[in-house]
Design a protein. Structure first.
Length: 382
């Protein structure tokens, strides 16, 4: 990341790592804080990669129009890039998206088109994608009828080969800062962040155990289908998980389903105990990791990708009334998460546990630098 820049997209990447948990056997859990990107989300990485690819292939030219179906974070990334490069951007959305994401997209100059008019908060992925494709097809056809060369691009994130490529830099950053990754855990929506990072790590000679996480009710890892409130993740009934998930699903060690109650309880406890705001779907990934800490091979370096921050969910996940109205507020589950955090609190200064006795407890953050990987001082070595 440059010290001074004139482009927001130059601020993408080099996000820090936060050590959340450690076991007496030397296994350590790090959160890759992708909420530190512009727009507060990982998906700006793949939004940029998709637009770079479209420009390189001549599918998008100056003054063009970008269209995408989005629950929010991809749309935020595309809105920033459109503003920076002079494109129009239309986000096809539904009311399942949190209001702050919708407001911010409008602030960045995006046009919002709602795929359904009802405001019951239901997820309408298929309707969104069908409408986005129709809008793009109709606009291209109109240009051709007028004798013009079409300049409209439907990014179609679920089936765009550039999506996972956008996370290759994330894998490179992990190796720079940690030296290796033994276990990789991430929420799966389009699959770009988990499988893109995993693909790159495999290219670099590593074979991390990969755990995909989706909400209970999502069908990417199998049924049964049902409603869920986690945003930006999962595949609802009737929707297609997309190309990346279909191609790489066999790479998973385990496809984990985490309930809304477990995911949101984790996000709330992490905020209350540590002062760290993570989104609801990231709470699901963190819950899955904490719940398996003693199952990972001794000495493992475990990384969970925090897809976005919690600031966008102050009126949902972190609002007691909203949670209670949906029967999602569960003090018992929050207590269980708090106990896991206490049990696995890392020792001071990232030092290893000594003879099973933890030193004074604290959580450590690794700020990216060019000084070398964590492994350079032997801290990450088995």
């Amino acid at each position: 990341m440059p010290g001074v820049t004139t482009r927001v997209t130059d601020l993408i990447g080099r996000t820090p790592l936060f050590e959340l948990a450690a076991t007496d056997t030397g296994t350590r859990l790090f959160l890759k804080l992708e909420n530190m990107n512009p727009t507060g989300a990982a998906k700006i990485r793949m939004a940029k990669a998709m637009i770079d690819d479209a420009e390189a292939r001549g599918l998008l030219r100056p003054g063009g129009h970008i269209i995408e179906s989005t629950s929010g974070n991809t749309g935020l990334g595309l809105a920033v890039i459109a503003a920076e490069r002079g494109y129009r951007f239309t986000a096809v959305v539904d009311h399942h998206a949190c209001p702050d994401k919708l407001r911010t997209m409008r602030t960045f100059g995006a046009q919002l088109v709602f795929a359904v008019e009802n405001n019951d908060g239901s997820l309408s992925t298929t309707a969104r994608e069908e409408l986005a494709e129709k809008l793009a097809d109709d606009e291209r056809a109109a240009a051709e009828r007028a004798g013009l060369e079409p300049n409209t691009y439907f990014t179609e994130q679920h089936n765009n080969d550039a999506n996972p490529l956008g996370y290759y830099d994330l894998a490179d950053e992990l190796l720079t800062d940690l030296g290796r990754v033994d276990v990789l855990i991430s929420a799966v929506g389009t699959g770009g962040s988990l499988f893109g990072t995993g693909r790159r790590l495999r290219q670099l000679g590593l074979e991390p155990l990969m755990y995909g996480v989706e909400p209970v009710g999502s069908i990417a890892f199998g049924g049964p289908a049902g409603p869920y409130w986690q945003s930006g993740t999962g595949t609802p009934e009737g929707a297609d998980p997309g190309k990346t998930v279909e191609e790489d699903l066999n790479l998973l060690k385990e496809g984990v389903k985490v309930s809304d109650v477990e995911a949101f309880a984790t996000a709330r406890v992490v905020a209350a105990k540590l002062g760290l705001l993570i989104g609801g779907s990231s709470g699901g990934s963190v819950f899955a990791a904490l719940d398996r800490m003693d199952e990972f091979p001794a000495g493992s370096i475990v990384v969970t990708i925090v897809g976005d921050g919690g600031e966008k969910y102050l009126d949902t996940v972190f609002d007691d009334e909203w949670m209670s109205d949906r029967d999602l507020l569960d003090s018992e589950t929050e207590g269980e998460v708090a106990k896991m955090l206490d049990r696995y609190t890392p020792a001071r200064g990232c030092a290893a546990r000594d003879g099973g006795r933890a030193a004074e407890s604290t959580h450590a953050i690794l700020v990216p630098s060019t000084a070398g990987a964590l492994a350079s001082n032997g801290a990450a070595g088995k």
